[in-house]
Design a protein around this ligand. Structure first.
Ligand code: C2E
Ligand code: MG
Ligand code: MG
Length: 693
């Protein structure tokens, strides 16, 4: 401090002041700069333009220069007060635009020691301090966030928590500080969970995840936890900062959504969607593990009746109890789901790799389920009993099945269990599956055949005792586009079940009437009757009589030439209505023949009540008639019966002269069979008849 001549003496003092980083000047009582240190000079040289006060060199008046500076009036007054002895110290902080951007300074003005008048002015760069302070203020505000915050030291001892932490956990700051976060542990996570968490913090410096914690009041709640490690410049962890969000509500909402999507609200069991998902995982798992799995469909017998008689709430109660019992039958890892209604599914994995053993294992489980569901149920006030039918299918490494296929197999087996008398189990078998697939294919083809008219009618001759033509039976033929024929014995029952018989039957009826009409103009054919087979569903249509009458009228045929062949099955179904319908048709003049006679009930009782014209002896009695005395006795009885009821008799399936002769001896008056002609197209029949039989 060479410029300081008085009152400071000595090289040591000057060296000391020059070594200080603060900019220091000594002022005379009137504010004139008497001396400055090195820092002052350096600052003045580089920042002079920015800070008029610091530009002051020795000899200039600092007090006056201050007025122009930052907060000039305040600085001036403060310095003047110290110089005048009115004040022992003046301090102010100010910001200054420098070439390095805005910086903060602290100015401190103190009087010189006793005996000397004047003052020392020191400017200190306090930018870092100001920044730290601002950072702390920001941190304090951030810390006061709605998220729970917790700061621990490197050993995990809690140093600080915020108000939200207290709100979420129930622990006050005083209770938390000094303890470890272990006090929040719910016990729901195992050691591996925490090891994973610390490993992530070690590797990435942070971890985020959902954690179950326990509040002070004991309540366990889910939180979203965020942990970050704070490291010093050397990289050593000094603190951990954790933020925690209580996600009870959002978790509850998302759980509920998940619940709705994957669980049955009544029984809380997984629903079809969840089951299909599990099954889709189980199938490839069986493929890799080599173990069998089993899928069972459990359907309650007569649940519909119980539901309707005891009410739906009782039905619901039963379903809930069934769910509980099913659950109790299973091991951990097995799945029981409710598909809807009274249908439950059990999925079991990890059965034996041996098919037989796996079957035995699943049979044992199904037996256990049967027994459990057979126990009486107490439903409110009532006690009731319910039984299940169980269909089981196994899946294993050898089969690449799809989930819906496996479900369908179990369903088929369940249906078989029902057919077999209910309250039992059935395993799925492939031949059953094949026949069902065949049936489905045939159904499609039949539908298509109806749309594209792949049918024709053939006619089989019927003759009297002298083998003179009496008429014919119309028999439907289905020829597929590839030329192959499907037997009516195969597709008629299917058409019956699906209702397609209504369209088919109508077509047959119309075609038969058209044929009768065509025969009117041929003297050889004119008087022939035409027998038309009518199936149950067709006959029981409410306007069947109307359909027949309009067809007869439309084609202008003699109704007496039209003979409807019914089977016993058709007639027994609701006798009174049947008789009424038959009488209606008979009123038109239409005749009736009872087809396949002898194979059904054949009771005189009902035969007496029916307005029939003819009994048709089933071909099964004709086939072995010549050698089978039993068949002879039956045929004789039928003929006697017909006679007493004043009905005609015709035998079908007559193939040999011997059969024909014997039938004649037994009293039969009419015959139909290959002996006289196979079913054939109308022109062929006309040739047969015209050619003289
Ligand atoms: P169904 O009414 O008892 O017809 C007699 C069946 O015996 C016919 O078989 C006929 O071809 C066959 N048949 C006739 N004579 C002989 C013979 O000497 N030996 C042998 N082994 N068989 C003989 P198809 O045509 O296969 O018809 C089978 C069944 O299909 C019919 O039995 C009938 O129940 C039904 N059906 C045929 N056409 C129709 C139809 O148009 N409507 C309805 N609803 N059912 C029909
Ligand atoms: Mg027939
Ligand atoms: Mg028949």
């Amino acid at each position: 401090m060479n410029d300081i001549q008085t009152p400071v003496h000595g090289v040591a003092a000057s060296a000391l002041l020059d070594a200080l980083p603060d900019e220091i000047a000594v002022l005379s009582p009137d504010g004139t700069i008497l001396a400055v240190n090195r820092a002052w000079r350096r600052f003045a040289a580089s920042h002079g333009a920015c800070r008029p006060d610091a530009a002051g060199a020795v000899g200039s008046n600092y007090l006056a220069a201050c007025r122009q500076g930052h907060d000039g009036a305040k600085a001036h007054e403060g310095i003047a007060a110290v110089l005048a002895g009115r004040s022992a110290r003046f301090q102010m902080e100010y910001a200054l635009a420098t070439r390095e951007g805005e910086r903060w300074f602290g100015m401190s003005v103190t009087p010189l020691d006793a005996g000397w008048r004047g003052a020392v002015v020191a400017h200190t760069d306090i930018t870092e301090r100001r920044r730290d302070e601002a950072g702390l203020r920001i941190a304090a505000i951030a810390f006061d966030s709605p998220e729970g915050m917790m700061v621990t030291d490197a050993d995990g001892i809690i140093l600080q928590v915020n108000a939200s932490f207290t709100r979420i956990t129930g622990y006050s700051s005083a209770e938390a500080v000094g303890r470890t976060p272990g006090m929040l542990s719910s016990g729901r996570h195992d050691a591996a969970f925490y090891q994973g968490m610390w490993a992530a913090i070690g590797a990435n410096g942070r971890w985020q995840g959902e954690v179950w914690n326990r509040r002070k009041n004991g309540e366990v709640y889910p939180e979203l936890l965020n942990i970050a490690a704070v490291r010093d410049s050397g990289g050593a962890v000094t603190h951990y900062v954790a933020s925690l969000n209580d996600i009870t509500l959002s978790k509850a909402a998302s759980d509920q959504i998940k619940n709705l999507a994957f669980y049955d609200p009544l029984t809380h069991l997984p629903n079809r969607r969840m089951l299909l998902e599990r099954l889709a995982q189980a199938l490839p798992a069986a493929l890799t593990s080599g173990h069998h799995g089993a899928l069972m469909i459990i359907d309650l017998d007569d649940f519909k009746t119980l539901n309707e008689t005891l009410g739906h709430s009782t039905g619901d109660l039963l379903l809930q109890k069934v769910a509980t019992r099913l659950h109790a039958c299973l091991r951990q890892g097995d799945t029981v789901a409710r598909l809807g209604g009274d249908e439950f599914v059990v999925l079991v994995e990890g059965l034996s790799a041996q098919p037989r053993e796996a079957a035995t294992q699943s049979e044992a489980l199904a037996g256990k389920i049967l027994a459990a569901l057979n126990r009486p149920y107490v439903l409110g006030e009532r006690q009731c009993h319910s039984t299940p039918s169980i269909g089981i299918t196994l899946f294993c490494a050898g089969m690449h099945s799809q989930a819906d296929e496996v479900l369908m197999q179990a369903d088929i087996a369940m249906y078989q269990a029902k057919q077999a008398g209910r309250n039992r189990m059935r395993f799925f078998d492939q031949s059953m599956q094949d026949s069902i697939s065949d049936r489905a294919r045939l159904e499609n083809e039949l539908r298509h055949a109806i749309d594209t008219q792949q049918f024709e009618l053939h006619y089989q001759l019927q003759v009297d005792r002298l083998q003179r033509p009496l008429g014919a039976e119309a028999l439907i033929r289905w020829r597929q586009p590839d030329g192959s024929a499907v037997s009516p014995a195969r597709f008629i029952p299917l058409a019956e079940e699906t209702g397609m018989i209504l369209q088919l039957g109508q077509w047959v009826l119309e075609s038969a009437c058209a044929q009768l009409r065509a025969w009117r103009s041929d003297p050889a054919m004119r008087g022939l009757t035409l027998a038309v087979n009518v199936s149950a569903r067709q006959f029981h249509q409410s306007d069947f009589c109307g359909q027949v009458s309009s067809a007869v009228q439309r084609y202008g045929v003699d109704p007496a030439l039209l003979k409807l062949e019914l089977t016993e099955g058709v007639l027994l179904d609701n006798m009174d209505d049947t008789i009424a319908s038959m009488q209606g048709l008979r009123g038109l003049g239409v005749r009736f023949s009872l087809d396949d006679f002898g194979t059904g009930y054949s009771s005189l009782q009902y035969l007496k009540r029916l307005p029939l014209d003819q009994l048709k002896i089933d071909q099964s009695f004709v086939r072995d008639l010549v050698n089978d005395s039993n068949d002879q006795a039956i045929v004789l009885t039928i003929i006697a019966m017909a006679r007493s009821l004043k009905l005609d008799v015709i035998a079908e399936g007559v193939e040999t002269d011997a059969q024909c002769a014997l039938l004649g001896q037994l009293g039969c008056q009419a015959y139909q069979g290959y002996l006289f002609g196979k079913p054939m197209p109308a022109p062929a029949l006309a040739r047969l008849v015209g050619g003289g039989v």
